[in-house]
Design a binder for this molecule. Structure first.
Ligand SMILES: C[S@@+](CC[C@H](N)C(=O)[O-])C[C@H]1O[C@@H](n2cnc3c(N)ncnc32)[C@H](O)[C@@H]1O
Length: 275
């Protein structure tokens, strides 16, 4: 079981938002527990003050070290990983979410105002995590993003054991487009191959469409994927197949114009396969 303790001035934000959907269901099981704690509990004065002006001046207030330290000490144990949500941290990725899901206990500190006293970071924080290169007014939305992404990677949380492995990023690629009934809608038809029952054919088709979609939408990810595929290809003793990019080009050439359009691949051209 993974336990996550969130340190926040707004515990209701975490509790309410975490109660919906897949995450809400997971919290009813024994696979995942999320608790929230407020540093106000350890504030020293009758106003329950948890912030003060920064030394040296500057805009905004800074969260006081002592109430934060006491809250961390209340929840931390020897197997805890302490995370501070921060725009200065490593940007959250699929790989990071998978790694965090293997931990036993996460403590997530949400900053507010101008942030937290640096000495808390120096003494207690194992990792700073950002959810992107922009500044939020508090760490709670970031913490919820981390909790949601991590919970999906905890074995048993997703109904179908394979689901997370079919999602975007799991193999370095974006997921292929999906369709449901009806077969024809908005003047477009679902690709024929998805209607047949040939699972191997469908799996191979989906993988190739995934690669093409990634080439269109995220050339940076595609480049990294291609480098890995090329390495695997070079290590093959008997080269029965084409080089990865050539094989993909062939697949794209054989797609009907109608399928290219419904898959969002019509803007690809021969040039995209030249290196
Ligand atoms: C207004 S921000 C403080 C920003 C800080 N003064 C700085 O420039 O690095 C308040 C809090 O929001 C959270 N936060 C802001 N942007 C974030 C991001 N991109 N990812 C994760 N947390 C963020 C952090 O917990 C931060 O302490």
């Amino acid at each position: 079981m993974l336990q996550i303790d969130v340190i926040t001035l707004f515990p209701e934000m975490i509790e309410n938002a975490a109660s919906f959907g897949v995450l809400g269901q997971a919290l009813k099981s024994d696979l995942l527990k999320v608790f929230s704690h407020t540093p106000r509990e350890f504030a020293q004065d009758r106003h329950r003050t948890v912030d003060d002006r920064p030394f040296g001046g500057g805009d905004g207030m800074i969260m006081l070290a002592e109430p934060l330290e006491k809250t961390i000490q209340k929840v931390q144990h020897k197997n805890s990983k302490v995370i501070y949500m921060s725009p200065q941290g490593e940007v959250l990725s699929d790989m990071k979410a998978r790694a965090l899901a293997k931990e036993e206990h996460l403590v997530i500190i949400c900053g507010r105002y101008g942030g937290i006293d640096q000495r808390i970071i120096n003494n207690y924080v194992d990792e700073e995590i950002s959810i992107g290169d922009y500044v939020l007014s508090g760490g709670e939305l970031g913490a919820l993003v981390v909790i949601d992404a991590v919970s999906r990677m905890v074995p048993g949380v997703l109904g179908h054991s394979e689901s997370a492995n079919q999602d975007s990023f799991s193999e370095g690629l974006l997921e292929q487009p999906n369709f449901t009934r009806p077969r024809q809608y908005l003047g477009a038809e679902v690709p024929e191959v998805l209607l047949g029952g040939n699972h191997k054919l469908m799996a191979d088709w989906k993988k190739k469409v995934s690669a093409l979609v990634t080439l269109v939408k995220r050339p940076d990810l595609f480049q990294a994927y291609l480098e890995e595929e090329n390495l695997k290809y070079r290590s093959l003793k008997k080269k029965k197949t084409e080089a990865p990019l050539k094989e993909l080009q062939k697949f794209w050439n054989n797609l009907s114009l109608q399928d290219r359009k419904v898959l969002g691949l019509e803007e690809l051209s021969e040039e995209d396969f030249n290196g």
